[in-house]
Design a protein around this ligand. Structure first.
Ligand code: ZN
Length: 149
């Protein structure tokens, strides 16, 4: 990756950390889950309104490092309006991208591509994945808190 692109990605992460999207509580969520990454101290609460198999609304709150917050913010803006099937397939691709398992086509990842660099930092993979694991648990109605340990 050239340094100009790296710089751009950094800017996106900083922007989402500073002004996280969908950072609020949904009063009567149809689905919710809490997540915790003890390695870094990141915590997240995810709230969803799912109807007819579509994510009608999503929000989150929490505290943690810039990567965890930016990832949650990006995730929330990307999954809103998607079907459950679409959300799960994006999650699979995201997992492959951040763990470096597959050479994921970054063009197909949209804004999530800004997090591709975490694969070089194994401890950061958990920060970037926390919001997604928590989201999937919420969707599957597994309401016990997620932990990355
Ligand atoms: Zn973290």
């Amino acid at each position: 990756m050239d340094s100009e692109l790296r710089e751009l990605y950094q800017q996106v992460i900083l922007d989402h950390n500073k002004s996280p999207r969908n950072y609020r509580v949904i009063e009567h969520p149809s689905h919710f889950c809490d997540g915790h990454n003890p390695l870094c101290g990141d915590t997240i609460n995810i709230y969803l309104t799912i109807a007819e198999g579509i994510v009608k609304d999503i929000s989150f709150q929490g505290s943690g490092c810039a990567i965890s917050k930016a990832s949650a913010s990006l995730m929330s803006s990307i999954v809103k309006g998607k079907t459950i099937e679409e959300v799960k397939s994006i999650f699979e691709k995201f997992k492959d991208m951040v763990t470096g398992k597959l050479d994921v086509d970054l063009d197909s990842m949209g804004k999530l591509a800004v997090l591709a660099g975490v694969k070089e930092f194994p401890s950061r993979v958990k920060c970037a994945s926390l919001a997604w694991h928590t989201l999937i648990n919420a969707i599957d109605k597994k309401q016990e808190a997620v932990t990355t340990e």
